[in-house]
Design a protein around this ligand. Structure first.
Ligand SMILES: NC(=O)c1ccc[n+]([C@@H]2O[C@H](COP(=O)([O-])OP(=O)(O)OC[C@H]3O[C@@H](n4cnc5c(N)ncnc54)[C@H](O)[C@@H]3O)[C@@H](O)[C@H]2O)c1
Length: 349
């Protein structure tokens, strides 16, 4: 079955998804570009010229032509569009964060689950070879218990350079700053690597002086398994550093360093053994297994739609990252007091 994909929003990340699908189509994925809508007509036309998707004058026109829809607008526009997609019973891929706040993310997840459609979110790091390898190393029983994680994430203030848009400086469109807009990825990866978080503390600062947009975040975590963690997330003005992560994990008998969040290198040392390193194609091969869509979350989504089965990470996975993120903001609002993280998800019934 050819999966007809539509795009709502034609900016930076929509273009990225389209390119990933183009690569998969060349390798045989059966996908067609059904349509694109963006009120910024120049962006819609540029997307159409590059992808072959026809420009549609309305959201409804995209939905009429699609089996699956990528929601790639700024964050505040996600909820209303996702509602329209799932009301039609269409499969939906929504970018992270789901919404500008926890209440919005909860309502969206409820609607998607009630509709029972194949759904996926843009928490791409769960398909990163570097983090897949790290997860397997931690899970190996030779490693002992996970003890501690240090997670650093930095990028330049994303209203310049490769981003080509300025909505991330507007809290009405973005919700808030570095933690929600960017480091929701990191919060998701932390729980995916180490299990549920029980308690957080958070501090935020705003060096750029943009009201409602924090650009510096320090958070600490206590995980249910006893491990501890720290996250530093900063938006600076070094255009030389578009988006970089470095992560160190200590288990009782394992030390892992992730130098780059996709192709590594990943270095690891086990008790009594020499340090080993994997990166690039070798790291990809070590983690790909027999997954035809290894490293390509967009292709994985389209294949799941074609086969009528669930995809992932799901809206529910993203909602959990919203739960933890919200707790960090609530801690920061009190000057860093510990906040217990509600276990699981808010009620979805
Ligand atoms: N997963 C990732 O790693 C990742 C990376 C970048 C961005 N994102 C997320 O993707 C989303 C978009 O970010 P971006 O960088 O592509 O922004 P962008 O500014 O490049 O593109 C967003 C586009 O949405 C359009 N838009 C706004 N309202 C719309 C509506 N109602 N219908 C159709 N189009 C509409 C805008 O005109 C704009 O062209 C954000 O939620 C962002 O957080 C995720």
């Amino acid at each position: 079955m050819t999966v007809r994909v539509g795009f709502l929003g034609a900016g930076f990340i929509a273009t990225f998804h389209s390119k990933m699908l183009r690569g998969a189509a060349r390798a045989g994925l059966d996908v067609a570009w059904a349509g694109v809508h963006d009120p910024d007509v120049a962006k819609a036309e540029a997307f159409a010229a590059a992808s072959g998707a026809p420009v549609c004058a309305s959201v409804a026109e995209v939905l009429d032509r699609s089996d699956a829809v990528f929601v790639c607008t700024w964050t505040a526009a996600h909820p209303a569009l996702v509602d329209q997609v799932v009301e039609r019973g269409l499969a939906v891929f929504c970018e992270k964060p789901l919404a500008v706040d926890l209440a919005g993310a909860t309502a969206m997840t409820r609607a998607v689950e009630a509709a029972g459609v194949t759904n996926q979110v843009g928490l791409v790091l769960r398909r990163s070879p570097a983090f897949l390898h790290t997860r397997a190393l931690i899970a190996d029983e030779r490693s002992g218990r996970a003890m501690s994680v240090v997670f650093r994430d930095d990028q330049y203030l994303p209203v310049q350079g490769q981003y080509g848009s300025d909505w991330r400086a507007d809290p009405d469109k973005a919700g808030s700053g570095a933690l929600l807009e960017h480091s929701i990825h990191d919060v998701d990866v932390l729980e995916w690597l180490l299990g549920p978080v029980e308690v957080v503390n958070g501090h935020t600062a705003a060096f750029h002086g943009i009201p409602g947009i924090e650009d510096d975040v320090a958070a600490t975590f206590r995980f249910a398994n006893g491990a501890l963690g720290v996250l530093t997330s900063v938006w600076h003005d070094l255009l030389e550093r578009p988006s970089l992560r470095r992560v160190e994990v200590f288990c009782e008998r394992l030390h892992v360093v992730v130098e780059d969040d996709w192709f590594g290198p990943v270095h690891w040392t086990r008790a009594g053994e020499a340090t080993r390193t994997l990166e690039g194609a070798e790291l990809h091969e070590a983690t790909a297994g027999d997954d035809p869509d290894a490293g390509n979350p967009d292709a994985a989504f389209v294949r799941a739609v074609a086969e009528g089965r669930p995809a992932g990470p799901t809206f529910a996975d993203a909602l959990r990252a919203h739960v933890v993120t919200d707790a960090i903001y609530r801690s920061a609002a009190t000057g860093g007091a510990p906040v217990e993280v509600h276990p699981g998800l808010p009620p979805l019934g």
